[in-house]
Design a protein around this ligand. Structure first.
Ligand SMILES: Cc1cc2nc3c(=O)[nH]c(=O)nc-3n(C[C@H](O)[C@H](O)[C@H](O)COP(=O)(O)OP(=O)(O)OC[C@H]3O[C@@H](n4cnc5c(N)ncnc54)[C@H](O)[C@@H]3O)c2cc1C
Length: 372
């Protein structure tokens, strides 16, 4: 490698994790290149439901999600653009005895972790969400919920990254990484080569493949998630609404469309190696039946579009954020449950680690899962 590589850091993957990390490195004065084989935030970080949620976030990740929620609320200040964030009441409802048990356990663990979740009875739940149908036995209520318009994420980060002086290489797939004297040499699909002193692997479900380029085995599972959006409707609901068993999440955007998701995570069909994904009609129907049960005024709504996206998950359902085992200057970030909610915070934490700053909260050592 040349004595002085062109970049201090190469970030591979321009989802919310890679973009945030690259942004704070560039703002700290590093020469940063961000490579994505497509456009910024066009995989999970652009097609997700955009729900900012505490009730469905694992307790251990609540402090990270709370900080992420705050950052999404203030994107105009630190990202230079409003991404349509709305703060809404969140309700997670229980219809069965088993779901009541889940809600009780979840509310106390989330509260202990710092999220303001309280349990409310059916009458109070109906006050909070007048659109609710019958059968609710108990609900978890959290005023710290909301949503972001996810498809705006890439536009916002692109502007901020360019303003911070980062080099963006969109439409440029990385095909391999070699450790070389003084850093790393990245090979690209167009036959090019990019040299950097450090590298950050931020490839979402493709992290496993990226780690393998450096000889590290980092097992990542892929969940194929499904989302459904309706035509524009008059107001039918005012909260972020979910069912305690995780089978449903619902919200209505300002334009009247209702996004139905959450319900059938992991059982769409698809393979991230070839990028294919297939809708499973019975899952769409099941998801919609549950949505109509929760909010009966959805009964006559027509479905406009159904789509799928890939979400990464580790065997212990906790993130991988930190040094790639065996390397001082190779880092990895991803597999964060409710990763969109906490992405802007976790990406910033990783940037702080790379910049050797004191960390506000610990990272999630990839070494616990990795082999060679
Ligand atoms: C349908 C769906 C709904 C979801 N809903 C929510 C929600 O409501 N709330 C929430 O908090 N979380 C949600 N999530 C999870 C959240 O979207 C993810 O945790 C988060 O966006 C992951 O970000 P990432 O940057 O790690 O990965 P990604 O956004 O997938 O980014 C990885 C990037 O790497 C790039 N890449 C891959 N291979 C290469 C290569 N060889 N060379 C260069 N670039 C490469 C890809 O093009 C991609 O842009 C949802 C996920 C899905 C799929």
């Amino acid at each position: 490698m040349s004595a002085c590589p062109a970049y201090d850091c190469a970030v591979v993957g321009g989802g919310v994790m890679g973009c945030t990390t690259a942004l704070w490195l560039a703002r700290a004065g590093m020469r940063v290149v961000l490579l994505d084989r497509g456009s910024l935030c066009r995989e999970a970080s652009g097609v997700n439901a955009g729900t900012l949620t505490m009730q469905m976030t694992r307790a251990a990740l609540i402090p990270y999600a709370m900080r992420g929620w705050e950052l999404w609320r203030t994107t105009a200040d630190w990202l230079g653009m409003d991404v349509g964030t709305r703060v809404l009441d969140g309700l997670s409802v229980a219809y069965t005895e088993a779901e009541v048990g889940m809600l009780e356990a979840r509310a106390s663990s989330r509260r202990a972790a710092g999220a303001p979740v309280e349990l409310v009875d059916a009458a109070r739940a109906r006050d909070i969400e007048p659109g609710l149908g019958d059968g609710v036995r108990l609900a978890g209520f959290c005023p710290v919920d909301g949503f972001v318009v996810a498809y705006l994420t890439g536009r916002a980060y692109r502007g901020a990254l360019l303003a911070a002086g980062a080099t963006l290489q969109e439409g440029r797939a990385v095909t391999g990484i070699d450790p070389v004297d003084g850093g790393f040499a990245l090979g690209t699909a167009d036959g090019g080569r990019v040299e950097a002193r450090r590298v950050v692997l931020a490839g979402g479900v493709w992290i496993q493949e990226m780690a393998s380029w450096l000889g590290v085995r980092l097992p990542i599972q892929c969940l194929v998630n499904q989302l459904v959006v309706t035509e524009r409707l008059p107001p039918v609901m005012r909260t972020i609404l979910g069912v305690a068993n995780g089978k449903l999440s619902l919200k209505q955007f300002d334009n009247g469309t209702v996004l139905v998701g959450g319900g059938w995570q992991g059982i769409g069909r698809g393979d991230p190696r070839d990028g294919g994904a297939e809708i499973v009609p019975e899952n769409v129907i099941g998801n919609l039946q549950l949505a109509v049960h929760a909010v009966p005024r959805l009964r006559d709504a027509r479905v406009l579009r159904v789509w799928l996206g890939y979400e990464a998950e580790t065997a212990d359902a906790m993130p991988v954020v930190g040094r790639l085992p065996g390397f001082d200057d190779a880092w990895v970030i991803g597999s964060v449950h409710s990763g969109y909610t906490s992405g802007p915070y976790i990406g910033r934490l990783l940037a702080d680690a790379i910049l050797e700053r004191e960390l506000e909260r610990p990272l999630f050592d990839p070494g616990r899962l990795a082999g060679r």
